[in-house]
Design a protein around this ligand. Structure first.
Ligand code: GAP
Length: 514
């Protein structure tokens, strides 16, 4: 369940719309639940993010290659993967508000409340005791903290067991015993908990021919599994190796009022890494660290990320963790790293009747490889970046600005070209500069309003550089370049611009930090 939208989150959603990042889908018809469109700035940011991920996989790792599989797959794929039988969420309805919730999320939120309560106690005590404060000792001895922790642990143990046993009645009992109320109606008038399959289906072929029910893929991973041998053989890949893919996935989400955090149509960037049986946990640890560094390289603050190991392992996993980011509404999953064993390939072998074994020349032996998966949500990462970089700054003298301090390599527009006035040949000179830079960088030309207002518009979309063309430019071919974060301006030669912009906006700079 999602807490009431914090002010900053509401502002972020409004900002996304006002500045062309994200619009509700088919808005003129009042939108469609949990479906969104990316606008002119959103798509640039998203494409940059894709490139950052793609290059980090297929450029930095010579043993990782990419594919682009179709969204539609043979329906048996989803039987083999377990999605037809097990891709369910436990649902509960509140009879008064008529709102539907995920029972597990209601309980997870309750657990998070206990954690928050204890953290508050600890923070309060830390302030009181200053440097001498020992948080661990306080945790182990403070009666209020101990009592909260005991309650939390008891709920947690019941919850994990209920999930493990697939015990829907027990999930409801946990909700009732802990007096969890519907945030809308405030009542505890709950229905029973039921399972709900999240896959969308449609029909392929005309009814005259006999249509087949097909599913919109709920994850991109299966397109990789079914192509495992195609890629291995045609690419002469040796284990360990990985296959990366970026693409749309679809889930009929129940809790769907979280902007682009939980969508019904979204995009995943997944990589399946095929390894020798028995080596999967070593590679799982390896990819956990690499993926965390990928996120941290964005510079939003290392403390904003944490690992969260899964309480209940998915049907295919023997180890799983999430990389969570501190959103305005708490720490939330942006990426999953799963050790998927040989579940998928073995299951596809069984259902298709085709061997998916790999012959390992070093071991002189054939086996079904084990798989470590990294699976990141593009939209969630997009949201984490906006949330982590949105700032309202007081500039003094009653002046303020909203600025997106985006990593320059991801910024939708790299440089704004601004003639100081709309006359005296300055627009023509500005156009010349634009023509010089536009082959390498997304530029934006703006001659409307005061220069201050134009700077603010660029700050709001995260443009790292503004180049101003003034009368001096016509005499000595220099311009002022303004840096978004410091707002400092320097006078530089026009020929120096490309290098200055390139240095800090290239994806390479991000990749080098991983
Ligand atoms: N192949 C594994 C897999 O799909 P997952 O944890 O279900 O694992 C991976 O999804 C990532 O996809 C999540 O970490 C999240 O970032 C993203 N994701 C999942 N469901 C989503 C949704 N409804 N809306 C937006 N992103 C979603």
């Amino acid at each position: 369940m999602f807490p009431p939208q914090s002010d900053v989150f509401k502002k972020l959603i409004a900002h996304c719309k006002e500045y062309g990042f994200v619009f509700p889908s088919s808005e003129i018809y009042d939108g469609l639940g949990a479906v969104y469109d990316y606008g002119q700035n959103g798509v640039e940011l998203k494409n940059n993010l894709k490139k950052y991920w793609w290059d980090s996989m297929v450029l930095l790792n010579e043993n990782v290659v990419g594919i682009d599989a179709a969204i539609f797959m043979h329906p048996t794929t989803w039987k083999a993967s377990g999605h037809v039988d097990a891709f369910n969420d436990p649902l509960i309805d509140n009879r008064d508000s008529k709102k539907r919730y995920r029972a597990d999320v209601l309980i997870e939120d309750l657990l998070a409340k206990y954690d928050e309560k204890n953290q508050k106690e600890i923070d309060k005590a830390a302030k009181r005791f200053g440097d001498k404060f020992d948080a661990e000792m306080f945790r182990q001895t403070n009666p209020r903290v101990l009592e909260n922790q005991a309650k939390r642990d008891e709920i947690h143990t019941r919850f994990v067991k209920a999930l493990h046993d697939n015990d829907l009645a027990e999930l409801k009992a946990i909700i009732e015993d802990n007096e969890i109320v519907c945030p809308i109606s405030g009542t505890r008038n709950w229905t029973d908990v039921r399972q709900f399959n999240l896959m969308f289906s449609t029909e392929m072929g005309s009814t005259a021919e006999g249509a087949t029910q097909v599913f919109l893929r709920p994850e991109t991973a299966q397109g990789i599994f079914v192509n495992f041998l195609n890629v291995q053989k045609t690419g002469r890949m040796k284990i360990p190796f990985g296959i990366a893919q970026i693409g749309k996935a679809f889930r009929n989400e129940i809790v769907a009022r979280q902007f682009i955090f939980r969508m019904r149509e979204f995009e995943q960037m997944e990589m399946q890494f095929f390894v020798r049986p028995g080596e999967e946990l070593k590679w799982y640890e390896y990819w956990k660290e690499v993926r965390l560094r990928w996120h941290q390289a964005l510079g939003l603050g290392d403390h904003k990320y944490r690992f969260h190991d899964h309480e209940k392992l998915a049907h295919y996993a023997n180890a799983a963790t999430d990389i969570e980011f501190e959103m305005p509404f708490g720490f939330k999953e942006v990426e999953g790293i799963h050790s998927r064993t040989d579940f998928d390939l073995t299951s596809h072998e069984r259902y298709s009747g085709k061997s998916l074994k790999y012959f390992d020349p070093e071991l002189n032996q054939s086996y079904v490889p084990y798989v470590v998966e990294t699976s990141i949500g593009l939209d969630r990462t997009f949201l984490s970046i906006l949330a982590g970089t949105y700032a309202e700054e007081d500039l003094g003298n009653g002046d303020s600005r909203v600025v997106l301090k985006l990593p320059p390599a991801l910024a939708p527009v790299k440089v704004a070209i601004l003639p100081l006035v709309k006359k005296d040949d300055l627009p023509e000179k500005a156009q010349e500069i634009m023509d010089m830079l536009k082959f390498d960088y997304k530029c934006f030309y703006d001659e409307k309003d005061s220069i201050g207002k134009r700077y603010r518009r660029q700050d709001a979309i995260g443009t790292p550089f503004c180049v101003t063309i003034d009368h001096q430019t016509l005499t000595d071919n220099t311009v002022t370049i303004r840096h978004r974060d410091s707002m400092e301006q320097e006078r530089v030669a026009i020929e120096a611009l490309s290098e200055i912009i390139g240095k800090s906006t290239s994806i390479k700079e991000l990749l080098k930090k991983i």
